[in-house]
Design a protein around this ligand. Structure first.
Ligand SMILES: Nc1ncnc2c1ncn2[C@@H]1O[C@H](COP(=O)(O)OP(=O)(O)OP(=O)(O)O)[C@@H](O)[C@H]1O
Length: 135
């Protein structure tokens, strides 16, 4: 009976240490999980999802050109980004200050204000891009 040749033992720690690619894939997974968790808990995000779908449909209907798609994509992405950051800030505030505190309230109000500012800016972009197709 022949026996398989013995392999040299793996270098110390190499059997458990993830590669750079695995670490990036894990980070990507965490990010996707974060978006999923926010979608499950935040009704606002369903409104954003519906608005995003409507804007994409309108863009296809109007036949937007490349720069218009770029402006729309940046605006939609920025609003999602602001809403996700707002959700994260709300979670941290609830964690560190479950009781009423003026600073906790201010943090939440300012974070909500960031979403409002970005949504208004996106509205301006929407009017500038889609307006000429209808008026
Ligand atoms: N711990 C707190 N201390 C003081 N004020 C708070 C506190 N938590 C919430 N608030 C006040 O209540 C408002 C609403 O907070 P809440 O956590 O209900 O967020 P929200 O605006 O309803 O957002 P969402 O519906 O996404 O949770 C805040 O903007 C803030 O003014």
């Amino acid at each position: 009976m022949t026996t398989a040749p013995k392999l040299p033992p793996p270098a110390a720690g190499s059997e458990t240490r993830p590669t750079v690619l695995q670490r990036r894939a894990a980070s990507f997974g965490h990010a996707v999980r974060g978006v999923g968790a926010a979608l499950r808990t935040e009704v606002h995000l369903w409104f954003h999802a519906a608005t995003t779908a409507a804007v994409l449909g309108l863009g296809l209907y109007c036949g937007l050109v490349r720069w218009e798609w770029a402006a729309v994509a940046l605006s939609v992405g920025a609003v999602w980004c602001a809403e996700l950051l707002n959700t994260a800030i709300e979670a941290v505030v609830d964690l560190v200050s479950p009781e009423y505190h003026p600073l906790a309230g201010r943090a939440k109000d300012v974070a909500a204000g960031a979403v409002l500012v970005m949504a208004l800016a996106a509205l301006v972009v929407g009017v500038l891009v889609f307006g000429p197709y209808f008026f």
